[in-house]
Design a protein around this ligand. Sequence first.
Ligand code: GDP
Length: 162
Amino acid sequence: MTCREGCRKFYVFSRNWRKVKPMKERTLSIIKPDGVAKGLIGEVLNRFEHAGFQVVAMKMVHMSKKQAEGFYAVHRERPFFESVTDFMSSGPSVVMVLEAENVISRNRELMGATNYKEAAEGTIRREFAMDIEKNVVHGSDSPETAAFEIGYFFNALELVRL
Ligand code: GDP
């Protein structure tokens, strides 16, 4: 086989492979300090695993105020910025990267609306949050946000390839 034929075969193979293998997506999830304090790590992870999300990185962090401000920099101008960054730096959180098809929107469905009072029945926030701010979980809201947020906590070596 010439090099040209080999390259062509590889090209056809990789195009077909992409058709049969659905593209997986990644998102950053955080079990916030209130969730950790209430002993909800297992409960939240259980829901993720039941949904078929794979954990490709995970660690516990206690963010400093500065680190929380960096994480929520997009909300710098919002009236709750001071308060939410105080909260996010008030105790340990579990940060993790989840992988699955459409995991960004599916994770947000599992989480429920920001305000637990508006969250659908059965969602994490509806069941466990008691406050619009202390709402147990965070999940990236777009692929661009996910890329920033994953890079904020993890380097490439810490992300397992499945
Ligand atoms: P999320 O993507 O559903 O987490 O919501 P946002 O990105 O809009 O807000 C980020 C976080 O800021 C929320 O999860 C809450 O912890 C907090 N937050 C949002 N809105 C409010 C608010 O009106 N008051 C307070 N105190 N905190 C808020």
